[in-house]
Structure formats: C-alpha cells, structure tokens
Design a protein around this ligand. Sequence first.
Ligand SMILES: Cc1cc2nc3c(=O)[nH]c(=O)nc-3n(C[C@H](O)[C@H](O)[C@H](O)COP(=O)(O)O)c2cc1C
Ligand code: SF4
Length: 445
Amino acid sequence: MPYEPVLLARINKPDSPKLEGYRADGGYSTFERALVDLKPEQVVAQVKDSGLRGRGGAGFPCGLKWTFLPKDHPGPIYLCVNADESEPCTYNNRILMEKDPHQVLEGVMLACYAIKSRKAFFYVRYEYGDAFRTLTAAVNELYAAGLLGENILGSGFNLDIVLHRGAGAYICGEETGLIESLEGKRAWPRIKPPFPAIEGAFRKPTIVNNVETLACVTQVMKRGIDWFKSLGVPPDPKNPRDAGSYGPKLYTIAGHVNEPKCVELPMGITITDLIEQHGGGVWKGRKAKAANPGGLSMGFVRADEFHMPLDFNGPGRFQCLGLGTAAVTVIDDQTSMVDVLHNTCQFFAHESCGQCTPCREGTGWMEKITDRLRRGQGRKEDLDILIDVADRIGIMPGTTICGLADGAGWPVKTAIRKFREEFEGAIKSGEKSKYAKTLRVVGAH
Ligand SMILES: Cc1cc2nc3c(=O)[nH]c(=O)nc-3n(C[C@H](O)[C@H](O)[C@H](O)COP(=O)(O)O)c2cc1C
Ligand code: SF4
C-alpha cells in the first residue's frame, strides 16, 4: 500500500493555512487535551519514548534534549524554533510553514507546555517572506481565538509566540548563532558548553528545535508512540550508537531530476527509489553521476551507492557525514565534479562566519584551490592538500567552534575520494572545466 502522508496531509486543501480549516480537521484538540489531561512531564515522556530525533540536521533525540533543562528552574525558559533553513536545496520547513503553519504552531505550543516555557521565539530566514507573512497571520488568529496569551482556555497556562525575521545567513541556523542573532548581535556561534539547555537565549535555559521536528511533535502527541514507531527503521544492531530512525520524514529532491519536489515518506527510502519513484527520474534522459544525501554539507555519493537508505544511520555507512536535512541533490553524468566542488567550496567560504582561523582560512583555501582546478591550472599535489585541509577543520578534529567547518570539509573529502580519476584527469589535461569555459572574467586567484 502506498504511504499516506501525515505531515503533508493538509497542504493541498483550500485555505490550508487558516485556523478554521485546521480546527475542522481536529487541529488543536491534541493541545487542548494535553492542557487538561497531561502533566508537562508526561508530554516529555511521550516524545522521548517515541524515539523522535531532531530533523534539523544532527538527529539528536528530541525528548532527551528537553530533559537537559535544569529541574525546577524558576524561569524564564525559552523555546527557539529554528526556521533558518539555509542548507542548499532544502525546503521542507518552508512547505510546512507556508501550507500548514498551524500544525507547526501546535507542536510549538505542545513543546512549550512540556518544557514549561512561556515564550517561544520563531526565527524565520529572511528570504522566506511568504512563510513569515503566513505565520504572522496564523499567530494573530491564535491570539484572537484565546489559544495564545494569558490563561489559555482557562488552564492557567500562558504562552506568547514571537516571530523574528533573520537577515539572511547560513550560520544563523547553527543554534547558538541563531540565539546571538536573536539577541541582536552578529550570528557568531558560541563555544559550548554551556549548551543552550543550560544557558541559551538571554542567558536563560533554551531549547532549539527545527520546524519539522515540532510538526512531528504534534503528530506524536496526536497519534501516539506506536504509530510513530511503526514507521521508519529500528536501530542498527551493528551500530551501538544508532538510536533508530523512526517516523515520517520530509525529503526534498532537487538538481537534475524531472520533478523536483518535497515528498513525505517513512524514514529509510533509498536514493534510487526517491529519484525514480518520486523525482520522475534523471532529467533529459541522462544518467546520474552523484548526489548529496542530505544537503551539500553531508558530502557526495556515487551513483553506484544510490542503494543507500536515507535514515540517520545510512549515509555514515557510505563515508558521508549523516542524513543532514534529507535534501537529495542529483548531479547528472554530463556535469563536471570539478565545477560542482568549486561551487560548493564557494558557498562555504562565503558563509563561514570567520571566528575560527581553521574554518575562515581553510574554506578560503579550498575555494581558491578548486578555482584553479576548474581553470585548468591545477597542480599534482592539490588533491592531497584539499583532503588534508578538509580533514583538519571542524568540531570532529576539534579545531573549530561549530559544525559549519565539518560541513565544508565533507563534500571536499568525498568528492575527491570518490571521483579522484575525474579530478586527476582535469589536472593532467590542463583544460578548463565545462563551466569555467563560459566565464568571461578571469578572477584574481
Ligand atoms: C552551520 C550550521 C547550520 C545549521 N542550520 C540549521 C538550520 O537552518 N535549521 C535547523 O533546524 N538546524 C540547523 N542546524 C542545526 C542546529 O544547530 C540545531 O542542531 C537544530 O536546530 C536543533 O533542532 P532539532 O534537534 O529539532 O533538529 C545547523 C547547524 C550548523 C552547524
Ligand atoms: S566553524 Fe566556521 S562558521 Fe563555525 S564558528 Fe568557526 S568560523 Fe564560524
């Protein structure tokens, strides 16, 4: 039987963002029931026991993170909703916010009730004007209906949701960069510990969760643990650190496919099935050469690795960083990997906030070296230098404050290791790459 979407079930309904329609479909009854029947600790327990892992990139268990808040804290405690969504080709949060904002807001309200927060900050990336306006209308509807504000539905629970529009930078999605930006400062990620659960926004305990994670909270609380765990993939017995990949997932398909789209499926679909069954196949009758399993920062896989399952455990078994945002970008066989990698390095060099020398300089070096590769001026030693730089920058080697540097390194390592012949061929031939041939201006590098 084909999978019946839950998170995207309402997106094609007329007036899907409106409160009236959401309530007609049973919306907010889960929140209302929780206020009456459940203690905050019971909501935390249900989310924890469901095995829900964060959808923002790191896959950290959601309920477990909530338990890291200090016990019996006098408050305030804050929830920050991460809607910065800047990983290339990732747009699942946007669909949820534009098409079914109340499903997300109900998750925000359930989460705030669970963690005893009276204020949520909803941080939306600047480029998402439509999402921001839709959310503003939805939040206003909630205040007018008495579902936000003081003493909600006579329960004694107070909650405000503050919408905050970012100014447009990838680093604002890193949770402590987001908090700094929210506080009105430059989005420079903080050194951790302390983690936000102990000291976050305005130096108060703070939980940061992704938009899709919070939409899943609504569904976990509405449909229960058994439903959630009936979908997806259980823990890999060979990997003691794998906590399983349960529940539905929104995958975005982009790049060289016939039908780029956002699709909801149980966790664990393979890249092949995603492209063939949902993306309409590779475009122009061509074959695929490579793909990213979850945004650029996760690295590249070769076409002969497309049987990789897209769950939290799968990409790591194919030398990728992880599932990331589950945004699959397909690259066809007529595209130069030298061009793809240069484009990737340009992105990370541009987005590095510059605080840590290894990231600031390393991403710049990788951009410059890949630039000379694409201009046909590559040197024999360049590939090993690139891998060496990529191996040394990041949280994992312990040289940077945040994970942007790891995400900048992984595409370099995987592209060169998996497509080395193509890179060596480019150096040997001394020819400009396909895209570099079209460049009119010769840069300064
Ligand atoms: C450079 C960088 C950018 C990030 N961008 C985002 C983002 O746009 N949205 C997001 O939810 N998480 C992003 N994250 C992950 C967040 O730091 C954080 O782990 C996440 O918001 C937690 O939510 P979750 O547990 O619900 O997944 C980013 C991390 C890094 C290192
Ligand atoms: S790793 Fe890069 S992006 Fe992250 S804090 Fe350091 S310089 Fe900034």
